[in-house]
Design a protein around this ligand. Structure first.
Ligand SMILES: NC(=O)c1ccc[n+]([C@@H]2O[C@H](COP(=O)([O-])OP(=O)(O)OC[C@H]3O[C@@H](n4cnc5c(N)ncnc54)[C@H](O)[C@@H]3O)[C@@H](O)[C@H]2O)c1
Length: 247
């Protein structure tokens, strides 16, 4: 089950799981986009379904997990990738309402997902959970104070629950992507001209030791590894995938 699984890193992860024969449920709020993602996954030969969910609403998340268990019998692997579309803004200028919305999706949304995922996994045979944090969850980020705080919180949720549930068969980790090419990033630069966008991309790439942004598939590969038995001794870890930015 992948929250925020209809676009970007979530959809790339869904494709990676499908390629390994997993049955996948992707969840997000936008039904039109969700049905499109479902069709894309089925075209790749996967057994996949979209279920509409708003992670800020505990009842909606509970219903999503019930759908997964009803449809496929149990929940083995969960990826929590949904996040609010925070815009860069000086901390003192962030409208309080915006800050609340970001915390509702990025922190409470992950908590709601984990709560019901863990409940379902405990009823069956354990499983893995990967939360999508960010490099901004490990260090401060000017003009992204609330986002950075939320992503730090995701690491706190990951570490605490990892210790709490590993003895009961549930392995929980986080992935911390650096700048990654996804629709979210495109939206951030949508107001720029084509030339300004190229310049912005160039400056960003130069600041990253590897010389480019990540592809969503490269983050998905890390998520897949953290979900697989080949990472069986990795618990409560925050795996940085950032082209060397924080090295
Ligand atoms: N793209 C980057 O550069 C980058 C870098 C570091 C971390 N991340 C993290 O990766 C994750 C995925 O981001 P992305 O870049 O793929 O963005 P994206 O916008 O493509 O995906 C986010 C998804 O979350 C869904 N979503 C938003 N609010 C929701 C809600 N209330 N309920 C259910 N679904 C909701 C959206 O519909 C979308 O499918 C996020 O957690 C983001 O913070 C992204």
């Amino acid at each position: 089950m992948i929250s925020g699984g209809t676009t970007g890193i979530g959809l790339a992860s869904a494709k990676a799981f499908v390629a390994r024969g997993a049955k996948v449920v992707v969840a997000a709020r936008n039904s039109a986009r969700g049905v499109q993602a479902e069709q894309e996954l089925i075209r790749l030969g996967g057994e996949a379904a979209f279920h509409r969910c708003d992670v800020t609403d505990p009842a909606s998340v509970k219903d999503l997990v019930a759908f997964v268990v009803d449809r496929f019998g149990r929940l083995d692997h969960a990826v929590n990738s949904a996040a609010y579309d925070s815009q860069p803004c000086a901390a003192h200028e962030v409208p309080c309402e915006e800050a609340g919305k970001a915390i509702a999706v990025d922190v409470l949304g992950v908590f709601h997902c984990m709560k019901y995922e863990i409940e379902a996994m405990l009823r069956h045979s354990g499983g893995t959970i990967v939360n999508v944090s960010s490099v901004n969850g490990l260090s401060g980020a000017p003009t992204a104070a609330v986002y950075s705080a939320a992503k730090h919180a995701v690491i706190g949720l990951t570490r605490s629950t990892a210790k709490e549930y590993v003895g009961r068969g549930i392995r929980i980790n986080a992935v911390c992507p650096g700048a990654t090419e996804t629709p979210r990033r495109e939206r951030r630069t949508a107001h720029l001209t084509a030339q300004e966008r190229r310049d912005h991309q160039e400056r960003l790439s130069q600041a990253i030791p590897i010389g480019r942004l990540a592809r969503a598939e490269e983050i998905a590969d890390a998520i897949l590894w953290l979900s697989s038995p080949t990472s069986s001794y990795v618990v409560g870890h925050s795996l940085v995938v950032d082209g060397g930015l924080h090295a």
